[in-house]
Each structure stands twice: as structure tokens, then as C-alpha cells.
Design a protein around this ligand. Structure first.
Ligand code: UGA
Length: 457
């Protein structure tokens, strides 16, 4: 919405939320999320044509177009628990819009939703309209931005996707939204489709991206057994323009609030439409990701003489990727959880993640909090200085690809660690040859530094 406000001075954009606390934060000097470049834009346009308010009813009444941008979390109970998305919040928005609208509205699904959610929204809107003659047009306009690069992704999107009904009213609504984006996005990058293609494309885009990561991660396991180097393999295959180089960075596993959730939702949809083979195919992307995380942690324990009990492990990075403070579903959390089960002591350093956010992630994703784990504060420590985190540690594991991790003084770090000093690079970002020269025992994803000794064939 900030980017729309920036590029469309003639449009008044108001973001509403029922949480006064959230809205107060958006109206304050400290915005509730960190995203490079966002602060400047919000502060520049706030109060001009960008507003934040809790007056939901009035703002709905005044709006021509309403973007429904609520969360659609994976269900935790009931039918489809653990896989299906809960679209309760979308339905509540539709009910509220129907209740208070006195003029025609274009309702835009911005949230990531299961295909055919627009059908449900449409029925709820039309069944609950209080004013006669008011019409609603539903559009699907999924968001493809990635965290950490959101401002850039929105300013120069690869494409904008808009789906709508293919009748006169639907096409007019599509055009109205095209006109908004056309203020800064070249027209040929604005794709229009029917509603269902647009809804489904969002899930499919994320499934394909995650599939590439799981594919290269599966190969990383094979590389470790054969002396092939996963970075060299990724580079070699990525130069084929049909494959392309992006999203082939092998890692300890993908995280974030989207990939796993969206794939599980896709799997659930396929099962609901009685397509078990298709469901099983996509399920494997998530299964491989889980395998990669467990494999990494198991390898750490194995290399450290099969025990980490009581050992201090320094964890570099808790965010699910660099340039964000977001910790949802981060692979770092899974690795620390496994270390916790082995009674290791983890000293975590992340340039952007607060201890509170880290503990929330343990609570929501792993069910671990002070109530379920009495030694939590004793076993998971947070440090604000990377050197302090590494001091006295038996091992460092790199969980997030923050650039600053590459430029530390590793001689200094080595001097203060317990020997042998291990480094497990879960992102393949460090200079492994240099580290080995210093004296570290280094392990990285999809790489072996000694000949694994397989016989020549
Ligand atoms: C992802 C998609 O990239 C966006 O297009 C989409 O809009 C968004 O989900 C969403 O549905 O909201 P995001 O989760 O912010 O964006 O981040 P990504 O850059 O896709 O990274 C996801 C995870 O994959 C991270 O943990 C990252 O470290 C990992 N990753 C990414 C790899 O392990 N290897 C790679 O080569 C690329």
C-alpha cells in the first residue's frame, strides 16, 4: 500500500486494522516490521495520501477498492489440520464489507488463498449485503514480493497478476486495478487471467521455487558422498538458460511463512480433488526440506564425537533469510530445537532478531516455551555481539546468510573457541579454505574437503 501511495499521488490509501497497537506502531517512528527502504517511503507519504486507521467501517464505506490482506494460517485443528489454510479471516472481512457498504465495491484478494476462495467470498458478500443495489466485484491479485527485497520487488515487479470474472462487470473491475498498477508498472508486465488461474498461480509459483531448493538440497546429500561440489553442480546446470541460475543455492533448508504453508495447502487441495499422486509429488518438496534440516543437525552431532551434551554451540543467524528480522519457520529454529533435545547450550547471534521474537518462534512452531522446557533460558542464550557468542564455543553453525558473517575476524574467533573448533556452514557463504588454514574443522552443505574414498569406476 505504501508503494501504491508513492506512485499514485491521486489515490488516497488507508490501511485499516482492528489492532490499535499495530496501527499505533505504523503511525509511530518505529514501524512494526523491518524492510529495507520501507521506513523512508512510509514516513514520506504518511499523512499525505497514506493513512493508518482503526476506523474500519468508515474506511470501507469511503473506499472504491478494498484489498483484503489478512493472514491465512495453516489450520491447527479440525479437518485438514496442519495442511489446509484457514480462510476464516477472509470470510470475516467479506462479512464486514457486506455489512457496512453503501456503494459498489471492488474487493481484491491480496492474501494467499486456496483456489476458489473468491467463490466463497462472493457468496458471503452477496448474501449479506445490507444496501439494495450495491454490487461487489471480486478480483484476485496475489503478491509475489519476497521479504528483504519487498520495496524493490514492488517497484520493479517481474509481473503483476490480476484475475477476475470474465464478464462485463469483472472485466471493468480488472481494468480499474490495471489502471492503478499502470502508474508505475509497464503494461506488458500486468497479466490478466480468470479468477481461478490467478489464485492457483500464487501457490504454484511458491511450490516451483521451493521445489528448486529441495531439488538442489537433495543433490547436496549426494555430493557429500561422492566428492562432487554442490556449488559447482548448481553453477554448471544453472548456465543452461532453460534451468537458470536462481534459487539453486543449497542450504540447511528453506524457511519463512510461505513456502511450507503454501505447498501443504496445495497438497491438501490436490487430495480434496482426489488427486493423490499429485499431492504426493508436492508433499515430497516439504519432506526433503525436513530431511535436509535433520541431516544437518545429525551431521553436527556426529562430527562432534556423537555428543553435544553440555557443549556450547554458537549459532550465527536466526532469521529465515538475510535482510529480515522475520523468524517464522526458520531452519535455525529446527537445528536449535534438535540441539536442545541433546542438552547442548546454544548462544545465538542475529543482527536483526530480538530474543522475544526468537522465543515466540520456539513457542509457535516447536511448542517449546518456559512452560514445557524448564531449562530454556539456561540452554538458549542470545548475544548482541558475534565474538561473545563464539567465545568458549565448541562449534559455530551458520544458519542465515547475513553478509556480515563473511567479514568477521575468524583468527580472533578461533583463538577463543574450544579445540577442535568446528564450523558448520549451513549457507555455504564462508571462505572454507581460509578457515581450514586457521585451524577450524569445517563442514559445509554439499561439499567434502577430504576424498571420501569411493573406489574408482
Ligand atoms: C517467497 C517467494 O520468493 C515470494 O515470491 C513470495 O511472494 C513469498 O514467498 C510469499 O509467498 O509471500 P520469501 O519467503 O520472502 O518469498 O523468501 P525467499 O527469498 O523465497 O526465501 C525463502 C527461503 O528459501 C529462505 O529461507 C531462503 O533462505 C531459502 N532459499 C532461497 C534457499 O535456501 N536457497 C535459495 O536458492 C533461495
Amino acid at each position: 500500500m505504501a508503494i501504491i501511495a508513492k506512485n499514485c499521488p491521486h489515490i488516497k490509501v488507508t490501511v485499516v486494522d482492528i489492532s490499535q497497537k499495530q496501527i499505533d506502531k505504523w503511525n509511530s517512528d518505529n514501524l512494526p516490521i523491518y524492510e529495507p527502504g520501507l521506513d523512508e517511503i512510509v514516513k514520506k507519504y504518511r499523512g499525505k495520501n497514506l493513512f493508518f486507521s482503526t476506523d474500519v467501517d468508515q474506511e470501507i464505506r469511503d473506499a472504491d477498492m478494498i484489498f483484503v490482506s489478512v493472514n491465512t494460517p495453516t489450520k491447527i485443528a479440525g479437518i485438514g489440520a496442519g495442511r489446509a489454510s484457514n480462510i476464516k479471516n477472509c470470510e470475516l472481512c467479506a462479512r464486514k464489507i457486506a455489512e457496512v457498504s453503501t456503494t459498489n465495491k471492488i474487493v481484491v484478494e491480496k492474501s494467499t488463498v486456496p483456489v476458489r476462495t473468491a467463490h466463497a467470498m462472493n457468496r458471503v458478500l452477496n448474501a449479506n449485503s445490507k444496501s439494495s443495489g450495491v454490487t461487489f466485484q471480486i478480483l484476485s491479485n496475489p503478491e509475489f514480493l519476497a521479504e528483504g527485497t519487498a520495496v524493490k520487488d514492488l517497484t520493479e515487479p517481474a509481473r503483476v497478476l490480476i484475475g477476475g470474472n470474465q464478464d462485463e462487470g469483472g472485466l471493468a473491475a480488472i481494468q480499474a486495478l490495471v489502471d492503478v498498477y499502470a502508474n508505475w508498472v509497464p503494461r506488458e508486465r500486468i497479466i490478466t487471467t480468470n479468477l481461478w488461474s490467478s489464485e492457483l498461480s500464487k501457490l504454484v509459483a511458491n511450490a516451483f521455487l521451493a521445489q528448486r531448493i529441495s531439488s538442489i538440497n537433495s543433490i547436496s546429500a549426494l555430493c557429500e558422498q561422492t566428492n562432487a561440489d554442490v556449488s559447482e553442480v548448481a553453477n554448471a546446470i544453472g548456465t543452461d538458460p532453460r534451468i537458470g541460475p536462481k534459487f539453486l543455492q543449497s542450504s540447511v533448508g528453506f524457511g519463512g511463512s510461505c513456502f511450507q504453508k503454501d505447498i501443504l495447502n496445495l497438497v491438501y487441495l490436490c487430495e480434496s480433488f482426489n488427486l493423490p499422486e499429485v499431492a504426493a509429488y508436492w508433499q515430497q518438496v516439504v519432506t526433503m526440506n525436513e530431511y535436509q534440516k535433520t541431516r544437518f543437525a545429525t551431521n553436527m552431532i556426529k562430527k562432534m564425537f556423537n555428543t553435544v551434551t553440555g557443549k556450547r554451540i554458537c549459532v550465527f543467524g536466526f532469521a529465515f533469510k538475510k535482510d529480515t528480522g522475520d523468524t517464522r519457520e526458520t531452519a535455525s529454529g529446527t537445528i536449535i530445537k534438535i540441539m536442545l533435545e541433546e542438552a547442548a547450550k546454544c548462544a545465538v547471534y542475529d543482527p536483526k532478531v530480538t530474543r522475544d521474537d526468537m522465543l515466540l518462534e520456539f513457542k509457535y512452531t516447536h511448542g517449546i516455551d518456559h512452560g514445557t522446557h524448564e531449562r530454556l533460558d539456561d540452554l538458549i542464550m542470545t548475544e548482541t555481539d558475534p565474538y561473545a557468542a563464539a567465545k568458549g564455543a565448541h562449534a559455530i553453525c551458520v544458519m542465515t546468510e547475513w553478509d556480515e558473517f563473511k567479514s568477521y575476524d575468524y583468527e580472533k574467533i578461533y583463538a577463543e573457541m574450544v579445540k577442535p573448533a568446528f564450523i558448520f556452514d549451513g549457507r555455504n557463504i564462508l571462505d572454507h579454505a581460509k578457515l581450514r588454514k586457521i585451524g577450524f574443522e569445517v563442514y559445509a552443505i554439499g561439499k567434502t574437503f577430504e576424498d571420501v574414498g569411493i573406489s574408482q569406476v
